[in-house]
Design a protein around this ligand. Sequence first.
Ligand SMILES: Cc1cc2nc3c(=O)[nH]c(=O)nc-3n(C[C@H](O)[C@H](O)[C@H](O)COP(=O)(O)OP(=O)(O)OC[C@H]3O[C@@H](n4cnc5c(N)ncnc54)[C@H](O)[C@@H]3O)c2cc1C
Length: 496
Amino acid sequence: MTITHPVAQLTAEAYPKVKRNPDFKVLDSADLAYFRSILSNDEIINSQAPEELASFNQDWMKKYRGQSNLILLPNSTDKVSKIMKYCNDKKLAVVPQGGNTDLVGASVPVFDEIVLSLRNMNKVRDFDPVSGTFKCDAGVIMRDAHKFLHDHDHIFPLDLPSRNNCQVGGVVSTNAGGLNFLRYGSLHGNVLGLEVVLPNGEIISNINALRKDNTGYDLKQLFIGAEGTIGVITGVSIVAAAKPKALNAVFFGIEDFDTVQKLFVKAKSELSEILSAFEFMDRGSIECTIEYLTDLPFPLENQHNFYVLIETSGSNKRHDDEKLTAFLKDTIDSKLISEGMMAKDKADYDRLWTWRKSVPTACNSYGGMYKYDMSLQLKDLYSVSAAVTERLNAAGLIGDAPKPIVKSCGYGHVGDGNIHLNIAVREFTKQIEDLLEPFVYEYIASKKGSISAEHGIGFHKRGKLHYTRSDIEIRFMKDIKHHYDPNGILNPYKYI
Ligand SMILES: Cc1cc2nc3c(=O)[nH]c(=O)nc-3n(C[C@H](O)[C@H](O)[C@H](O)COP(=O)(O)OP(=O)(O)OC[C@H]3O[C@@H](n4cnc5c(N)ncnc54)[C@H](O)[C@@H]3O)c2cc1C
């Protein structure tokens, strides 16, 4: 039986210790009149459209729910600037929102903060096919950015399973990692420039196209991964990569995590320049996904403890396929892996990726999930999942029943040393949460890992930075927040 929760509990009720900041103004009719004077009707959503309003208040996991009565959807940077200046002057709190696919409760209000959606800022501004520089509004949906670049023989240097909804400004604001980080690296390297509106309405316009620029502090880096706490990103300039002419994928069944690591070393050495993704899933992840993808036949014949998806991308299909075929044959001959399947065509390639990309949605459809996203040294990467699973098992929560109370699913990006641990549950309970936290964070701290590899801090991990960052680093972060947002109106109650 799958229990779905159409509506999350109000965050303010679920976390009664978090209090509304009394310095923030409560929205009144004069404020509404001001917003109406600068925005058109389709740039404002309020309680007259309760269903639409609700969708901006609740997160993708249906774990957090705010109580905003006003969503502003400006269609220009100038309007964002006017909104921010007004809100800062009046001390109205604001939550910037992109596609609302965030996984740490960062994109939705906690109380009655105004939601500032970038949805109407959705135009491609410029593309230079020689340098590959792509400039767009922050609200362009990732799927549309991919489509535009694909049509121009390029690709966006980041892809992720939420691409149909998340926005370019959103992925920059979370410094998302995604599925091809191994090949294209971090947004800290790929973003060339940003246009940002500060809380006081000032616009930093540095949406340039230069690959190199050493003139002083690189301010844009502060906004990459800031989760909307110090400015609203309105424009992005990024370097797109040339579209690979040949793509392929292979899916492996493996019995232990040591072998996953050996396979990674072998793939780096033998597939080298064409290796573009190395993803892994454990047995729990695939069991959950098999239940979810009822119409898609599983590519392997047997069940295994681990599964690996390797993607290659290059410029010569025959060359790449020969290399991958030899790699697959050698791994089977040397008994490194138990079973493997290589995609025969594009449809096969898409199907193999579906097994990986569907894991988060499959876990969420179980009922709900506690989600952890951690960086560890490769040798320790899976150990956190094993430790948590043992703990839940000892509490009798993971049984043999076809649908136990809790399902532990570990998967992620081996190439980036990043594991996602999804504890899929039928419902959120205090007992499960207490078993998981602070245990997970203490475990990560003991291994000198990071409590967030790519999803960020948000509401979920507020006050937890000390597990990864030193006191002095946290002090500097607070200084930066105070410098840019002295009234604390941008995305309050989260991050630091
Ligand atoms: C199924 C699924 C799979 C995912 N897979 C991955 C993955 O592989 N890798 C990964 O890194 N992440 C992944 N994510 C989470 C990821 O963080 C988001 O999908 C994406 O980065 C958020 O973009 P968004 O536009 O939805 O932003 P939102 O969710 O709306 O916002 C995220 C944060 O950014 C802020 N923000 C948004 N837009 C702006 C802006 N223009 N200016 C300032 N602040 C802004 C918000 O206030 C919030 O703090 C996944 C999510 C889902 C649902």
